[in-house]
Write a protein that binds this ligand. Sequence first.
Ligand code: MN
Length: 701
Amino acid sequence: MQELFERIREEYRSHFPEADASFVERVRPVVQKAYAGQKRLSGEPYLTHALNVALTVARMGLGQETLMAAWFHDAPADGAWRQELGDLWTPTVKRLVENLNRLRSIRPQSMTPEEHEGYRRMVLAVGADLRAVLVRVADRLDNMRTLSVLSPAEQQRLALEARHVFAPLANRLGLQSVKSELENLAFSVLEPEAYARLDAEVREFERSRAHYVEEVVAVLKKRLAEMDIPAVVYGRPKHLYSIHLKMQDGGKQLEDIHDLIGFRILVDTPAQCYGALGLVHSLFKPVEGRFKDYIAVPKPNGYQSLHTTVLGPRSRRVEIQIRTHHMHEIAEKGVAAHWFYKERRQKTRYADGAALAQVDLHASDDAFWSLEQYQTEVFVFTPQGRLVVLPIGSCPVDFAFMVHSAVGMHCVGARVNGQMVPLRTQLRTMDTVEILTSAGQWPKADWLKFVVTSKARGKIRSYLNQVERERLRLRGRELLEKEFKRRKISLSRFLREEHLPAVLEELKVQSLEDLLLALGEEKITLEKVLAFVEPVAGQGGHETEKREERPKAQPRRISGPPIEIDGLRNVLVKLALCCHPVPGEEIVGFVTRAQGVSVHRQDCPRVAQLEPGRLVQARWILDAQLGEPVRLRVVTADRPGILAQLSEVFAQQGVNIRKITTEVLRNGRTAIHFHFTASKVQQEILVRNLKRVKGVHSASR
Ligand code: MN
């Protein structure tokens, strides 16, 4: 214990030589008291864990307040120890410890690959302060180092999190060695056989190459000294997991991975980096396409270095990284190093300031560490534990639409963390949200006042527009009806006449529905329509007869079958293929996941198998103008071709037959039943014309 405290103080001193390190002594008895009696699963005192986390944090070059947070991150909140800290327990320390407590409650039970990035952003958002996130990374690193005492399931969980959340975070924060260690530890848990095999192979490989490494290091050192470039040269440690990935990627053998023999040259200035590079390339032939200048073009996380692969002695491929000590420190300590240099900016020469350019040196401490840019999202969960990322201010309706459009369209209520809440409630990170749906529910206009996602907004708007268009269409029809009545003209005749398509074309509308809508919206005036009607009305009822030679009347365009769902029109409706319901039959709707409502016959055997909660009322719209569902019974002599002739009669009237059934009668005759929708007048014409077909004995309803 004593030794760990010493090492923490040494690390702190090496980073802050002029600062007062006496707080380490002051804190020591309090840390011991805070964890008194607590043991880890391994039987070790809990204190060891807290000290190891603090040591990692000290190595990152972080200051006093972050060390305080590391020491006390797992201490019981209600302990009496806090009073004894006095002024060491600053508001920042308190906040960091609170953030760490929140971070600890993120425990993904399973993560899909799509959720990995969401979880990373969640750690940054919940941590709220980079220092809390860095302590959390150090915390997880120590957990991974002491994993063996946990149950296999818990080991798997922590290893998966280390691989998919913490290692990428460490990389983003520029902590190269922490990233590598987390990846190697996770590798050993998740793929133990592959790890053990590769570990043994690499050890053997290194043993056989040991003299080779010495030889190259010696040559490089000698020539650098001759050129007056002071440099540290060493064989680079191996990152097993990255070798594993490379081997998997190209199906390669260990020998094929050229940078397995890696070297590093550390010098003082960027100019010396390029000098050393020239020397390396003059000693050994560079491999084409393997040189990378991350000094001129740093990686997004600030990493700077020169990388080159050359043919070393006896033509073996070796990779060499060249960088300054400062660049090396930033590569190892990441963002913390930026802060460290910021703290000592008066005393530090910025020979290689490029990486620092992205850091605002004038920002206050808290602003420097703040992760405010990640506070724009809330991170919530489905009852199954799936992570859903939403913009800040989102409510359960946003959540519902994000989970699935159908859930959003029918949401009636929400439970957040088990409690019923209003739909307008703002969600907070870590909430578990459950949406209650009802098939009879549809989006409401006032939802627009509180939803924030464009997805929810768009879906609600388009639904409301659809409803509004239907309302305007009805209004258009009413206007027309009233005016026709006043002038004593038959509206049904106007709507049924074959010249309607010509009228529509003249008025530049696509369909009767569009005409009614345009009337309702007052985009087309009644007068304009009536201008076409007067002459038609004047010519009386002969029009139909005269135009019979026309090839085929245009059937009216109705979007979808005329069916009302739960009292609403213009719902996306599909007739079920299993029972083919026809107008007039008793029907029932089923809300599908993606394709609107599918309509079945009430007595369809499939209905019994459907989820009862998603069944909705469905009703045929029996509208006088649209016509009504009819069944005509036509008794015919059983002669070939007669069905085609009869169908032709329907086609001439522009009537679509929905269904045909036949019945063989005793006297060699056949009764054919036609199911279709038509107005009264159309029915009369049909009956008359059907009777004229040769071989027809009778036609009746
Ligand atoms: Mn811990």
